[in-house]
Ligand binder design. Structure first.
Ligand SMILES: [Zn+2]
Ligand SMILES: [Zn+2]
Length: 152
């Protein structure tokens, strides 16, 4: 999906001093290392936004993405991006998770479940701009919690 491109974090093919297109605003800038392909303006905004989200969770404990978004003013899209980048993680107790991009199993952060990640060849990793921080833990099924099971 084209929209997912926005969430990718590239570390492998960025050479310092190379002109790059910012993944957020689309402007050209000179790459100076440090992971994400954000231009200096977006990078600064991103650092501020991430600090707001991190501080909110630190002070208030576990919160849903919607609560965090409403309290911090950081958009849900940006919060999902942090999840996909492996910078935030959904707690085990959450009723909602994000999906593995390959097999659609629930994961707590990142883009792929550990099983799909190990099945990727190096060429596929490069093509998908995938790195190990984007491997998400699969939530454990909570014992003793009632779940609705569909009858076969
Ligand atoms: Zn930018
Ligand atoms: Zn998977």
């Amino acid at each position: 999906m084209a929209a997912n491109k926005l969430f990718t974090k590239v570390r492998t093919d960025g050479r310092i001093g190379e002109p790059k297109v910012c993944v957020k605003c689309g402007k050209m800038f000179t790459y100076l290392g440090f992971g994400h392909f954000y231009c200096p303006v977006c990078k600064e905004r991103d650092a501020e936004d991430f600090a707001k989200v991190r501080d909110y969770i630190y002070e208030n404990g576990v919160a849903s993405a919607l609560e965090v978004s409403e309290a911090t003013g950081v958009s849900l899209k940006v919060i999902e991006q942090y999840l996909r980048e492996g910078r935030l993680e959904i707690p085990e107790s959450s009723p909602i998770f994000i999906k593995c991009e390959k097999c659609s199993i629930d994961i707590r952060s990142g883009r792929l479940c550990p099983e799909c990640a190990t099945s990727l060849s190096n060429a596929m990793r490069i093509e998908m701009n995938f790195d190990n921080e984007q491997i998400g833990a699969v939530p454990k099924k909570l014992e003793g919690k009632m779940r609705y099971l569909t009858k076969k």
